[in-house]
Design a binder for this molecule. Structure first.
Ligand SMILES: CC(C)(COP(=O)(O)OP(=O)(O)OC[C@H]1O[C@@H](n2cnc3c(N)ncnc32)[C@H](O)[C@@H]1OP(=O)(O)O)[C@@H](O)C(=O)NCCC(=O)NCCS
Length: 152
């Protein structure tokens, strides 16, 4: 008999679960999400397997981040599906992200490019990028997708 396929669902986090999500983020030294973030949670069957989020910066611009696939669920494409879900569902035209350098190809596969050095970047993204590179031992990139190159 064929093995039953694992059912994977991605949903917007219920606001009552925000404290739980932030406890999970603390496990990987990620900043907590405010209630205004668009936070998504992946379920494998009934079990939460991953978190990701978009922080809205203006009416059309946001920062995608907080990608955390819980250790027992890694290596089966969940992060890639979660990035694509957030891009499709967040409703914003332009997204920045600040990934660890080793994950460049994961974000590039979803349309993110290294942000051109002289192009406009929101101050909040610039300061978070600088903070990340001081805070984490791994180098952190600045990538973006969508309508960049115009005033943000
Ligand atoms: C990084 C992380 C989100 C990846 O989750 P995942 O579900 O295992 O990733 P996927 O299976 O969707 O992998 C997608 C691609 O990224 C690559 N990738 C995943 N983890 C990687 C790593 N640590 N180093 C290099 N490449 C990696 C995979 O090889 C895969 O590439 P492929 O499609 O060419 O095979 C997960 O390991 C994690 O939560 N780590 C701790 C928190 C963290 O570092 N988050 C990222 C912040 S930028």
């Amino acid at each position: 008999m064929a093995e039953q396929a694992v059912s994977l669902q991605i949903k917007r986090l219920d606001p009552s679960e925000l404290a739980w999500a932030n406890e999970r983020y603390a496990e990987v030294d990620f900043l907590p999400s405010p209630a205004t973030d668009f936070v998504a949670v992946v379920f494998v069957g009934d079990n939460p397997a991953a978190l990701g989020r978009v922080t809205q910066l203006t009416a059309t611009v946001g920062e995608l981040g907080g990608m955390y696939v819980f250790p027992e669920f890694r290596g089966s494409g969940i992060a890639k599906q979660l990035v694509d879900y957030l891009v499709a569902e967040c409703g914003l035209d332009t997204l920045f992200c600040l990934p660890f350098e080793k994950l460049h190809d994961l974000y590039a596969a979803s349309g993110f490019l290294l942000h051109p050095p002289n192009d406009i970047v929101p101050e909040k993204v610039l300061s978070k990028h600088a903070w990340c590179n001081l805070h984490y031992p791994d180098r952190v990139l600045l990538m973006s997708r969508g309508s960049t190159g115009r005033p943000i």
